[in-house]
Design a protein around this ligand. Structure first.
Ligand code: NZQ
Ligand code: ZN
Length: 388
């Protein structure tokens, strides 16, 4: 195992009825709170009223920014930053999925500087400081509630770019699985595909000495495969929602990386698709991942697929390694397209082949993704071709 630093200081309240602790946590950070949320699901579910009651209980002054879109836009971030500066906001409260939380992270950082927050994304300006952030997660998917990342889109430049900084870690996150009962079948499927891909992006590497973490990741993948269909069938199944929620946080909070920090492969490709076509992130990943697995399979990588196939899907270990590997890819695709019912091709979501070179070029940044297998622009173009 390589050396690494493990440092995830996010306080998590997990489970039903934990929201009653929100007021206590909020008031530790000041008097003026900006509540951020998306297109209104929190109003329809009644969560909004509970949040407002907690802010009142804390005796704090409430400000609001609503309408944060899926694949959140830099414009929402700019509006939020303006509001924070004008109203001298002390603490941010993001209530939503990854989009709301990510945009709020950028607002938190943007409020501490004098330049345009898009500079954090386009110029990679380091993030040193941010306002404190508390999250109430409403959708199990991105892990933003427990990590230092945020992804924001700029429709003008057709860019979708991620930032990462320790200052962006939420101070506290509330994970109540019952809040996710209202997540649609489709978003449950997309979120589950996202969680699965976060694990695969780390699991697929050729290091041999990470048995402990590999075993954890296999357990996380099995968790997604076991409980995603249950949550889709029975939206208010607590056990399923709870397992998915906790898996989403641990898939991408840094724990499973250990000392191996390989660049991810499917995510940069997907971000270029959703930058242009605004598709749901998890859906894009579901389309790409099985093709990426197929593309990377050869004699040098087959042992990892064998491990995946036998340990995650229970494929007969006495079969030849290449047979197990191919079967494991088929079973991954079957899970995504048949069990989760997700669309399997880019043509079906309106992507045009003529955009492949641009998307591929931007995904690798005119360089090479040194991931599970090295991918240059041509490799990514071929993977994208396979998705049609
Ligand atoms: O906006 P509202 O009305 O709340 O509706 C949302 C939205 O339409 C709805 N929803 C959320 N919780 C709900 C609910 N509907 C009913 N009941 C609930 N409890 O679901 C829709 C999608 O929400 P969104 O926040 O966009 O989904 P997700 O959590 O999948 O976030 C996706 C974004 O996160 C980025 C993605 O690229 C994408 O922009 N990612 C962030 C990461 C991170 N910060 O670490 C990593 C990921 O790999 C990913 O890139
Ligand atoms: Zn993701």
């Amino acid at each position: 195992m390589n050396n690494f630093v493990y440092d995830i200081p996010v306080k998590v309240y997990f489970g039903e009825n934990q929201l009653g602790n929100l007021s206590t946590e909020l008031k530790k950070y000041g008097k003026r709170v900006l509540l951020t949320y998306g297109g209104g699901s929190i109003k329809r579910s009644g969560l909004y009223d509970e949040i407002v009651a907690e802010v009142e209980k804390a005796g704090m002054e409430l400000f609001e920014l609503s309408g944060i879109d899926p694949n959140p836009r830099i414009e929402s971030v700019r509006t939020g930053v303006k509001l924070c500066k004008e109203e001298k906001i002390d603490v941010l409260l993001a209530v939503g999925g990854g989009s709301t939380i990510d945009a709020t992270k950028a607002i938190a950082a943007g409020s501490c500087v004098d330049f345009d927050p898009w500079d954090f994304f386009s110029k990679r300006t380091p993030i040193e400081k941010a306002l404190p952030l508390i999250t109430v997660l409403t959708l199990a998917a991105t892990g933003s509630e427990m990590n230092r990342n945020g992804v924001v889109s700029n429709p003008e430049t057709q860019d979708k770019i991620g930032i990462a900084a320790r200052a962006l870690l939420p101070k506290v996150s509330f994970l109540d699985p019952t809040i996710t009962y209202s997540v649609s079948k489709y978003q449950t499927a997309c979120g589950s595909a996202d969680i699965l891909n976060h694990i695969m992006e780390v699991y697929f590497n050729m290091n041999q000495d990470l048995f402990m973490l590999d075993t954890v990741m296999e357990g996380l993948m099995k968790t997604v495969m076991k409980y995603a269909p249950v949550a889709m069938r029975e939206p208010d199944n607590y056990e399923a929602r709870a397992n998915l929620m906790w898996a989403s946080s641990w898939a991408i909070n840094g724990f499973v990386n250990g000392g191996k920090q390989l660049p991810w492969s499917c995510h940069p490709i997907e971000h270029e698709i959703s930058a242009i076509y605004d598709i749901t992130h998890g859906l894009g990943l579901a389309i790409i991942a099985p093709r990426w697995l197929e593309y990377c399979l050869d004699e040098t990588t087959v042992s990892k697929y064998y491990q995946y196939g036998t340990n995650v899907f229970g494929i007969d270990p006495s079969l030849k390694a290449m047979t197990v590997a191919k079967k494991s890819i088929e079973m991954t695709a079957d899970f995504l397209y048949n069990t989760l019912g997700l669309t399997s091709t880019l043509s079906e979501v309106g992507v045009k082949k003529e955009d492949i070179p641009t998307m591929a070029q931007k995904a690798c940044g005119n360089d090479i993704i040194h991931g599970f297998k090295d991918l240059n622009q041509k490799d990514i173009e071929k993977i994208l071709e396979m998705c049609f």
